[in-house]
Design a protein around this ligand. Structure first.
Ligand code: G1P
Length: 325
């Protein structure tokens, strides 16, 4: 099975990290976001992929080539940010006659895709959410989608489209992609994959849904940290180190250098990071970052950054009250 993985987004909500990094290369639980996605699709039986790149494309290509040398992966550049529909249109050379999987490159999923990919029918991953207005929304009857709407102001269903699409009738996908772009059909200024899929439904494609419980967003600081926590809860990786207290779950890279510190819970420490005389919890510490003499929580520290505090010299009288913010 072939997969199309669009990763062209800029990740503005993750600035300042995305000033110097493509969003999909940010480290979560010891691996770039994109690494989690590629590992997942390989485990589900995907044998080749087309990655749609844009922002900082060379960095992404370099990472994929070095980490996934054995997998057949090609790249296409989306030169203008014209929407997800346009990203898939840019990769239309990969849309032939075989079924394909489209998986968004900035969201990590935990779902068994095998039964979905085996079934000869188009199916979209969905999850019931409290506020569906920032997603594509599926109206469903008897497990079949009757209507798809991109980010509706007044949603008539709470089923959000999570970003996992198994497309069976690929020739129809291809002609609907062409038509949406040719006729310049845009919603909220962009070519939407949701509109392409709605056009497929209008032309008779049966589109089913499948539930996705494990849906880990990486779009902003809080969600990157909660995704970090959720993934670490499934797998914690560390080693005993003298003078270091580890509160699982954590990921501590083998090349990280730690002394006199308390790490975790829910903390990733990337390659070559150095942490000393510090307490770090619920955080992601980038590679080669140096953290010393501080208490750090709910934080993302970029690669090579330096965070340094100091001990206080105090002379405090009895019954005084001192609070450091
Ligand atoms: C895209 C899709 C939307 C889907 C969402 C899932 O929106 O257009 O239908 O629900 O991904 O994350 P975006 O988040 O790129 O605005």
């Amino acid at each position: 099975m072939h997969a199309i993985i669009p990763v062209a987004g800029i990740g503005t909500r993750l600035r300042p990290h995305t000033f110097s990094h493509p969003k999909v290369l940010l480290n979560v639980a010891g691996k770039p976001i994109l690494g989690h996605i590629i590992d997942k699709v390989i485990a589900e039986g995907v044998t080749s992929a087309t990655i749609v790149v844009g922002h900082m494309s060379e960095r992404i290509i370099e990472y994929v080539h070095s980490a996934y040398a054995a997998v057949t992966i090609d790249f296409v550049e989306q030169d203008e940010p014209l929407g997800l529909g346009h990203a898939i249109y840019t990769a239309r050379h990969a849309v032939n006659t075989e079924p394909i999987l489209i998986i968004l490159g900035d969201t990590i999923f935990d779902v068994d895709l095998r039964p979905v990919l085996r079934k000869p029918v188009t199916a979209l991953g969905v999850k019931a959410v409290e506020d569906p207005r920032r997603f594509g929304v599926a109206e469903v009857s008897d497990g079949v989608i009757t209507r798809l709407v991109e980010k509706p102001e007044h949603p008539t269903s709470n089923l959000a489209v999570v970003g996992l699409y198994h497309i069976h009738n690929t020739p129809l996908l291809r002609s609907c992609l062409d038509e949406v772009v040719k006729r310049d059909i845009r919603t909220k200024g962009e070519y939407q994959l949701t509109d392409v899929l709605q056009m497929m439904i209008d032309r008779g494609e049966r589109m089913e849904v499948f539930p996705v419980e494990g849906w880990y967003d990486c779009g902003k600081r809080e969600t990157l940290l909660s995704t970090n926590r959720a993934l670490l809860e499934k797998q914690s990786t560390s080693r005993p180190m003298k003078g270091v207290v580890i509160n699982e779950p954590v990921y501590v890279a083998p090349t990280a250098v730690l002394h006199d510190c308390v790490i975790g819970p829910n903390t990733t420490v990337a390659d070559g990071a150095e942490i000393s005389e510090a307490v770090v919890r619920n955080s992601i510490i980038g590679s080669q970052a140096r953290v010393s003499r501080v208490l750090v929580e709910n934080s993302i520290i970029g690669n090579g950054a330096l965070v340094k505090g100091s001990y206080k010299r105090l002379n405090v009288g009895d019954a005084s009250e001192l609070e450091f913010q």
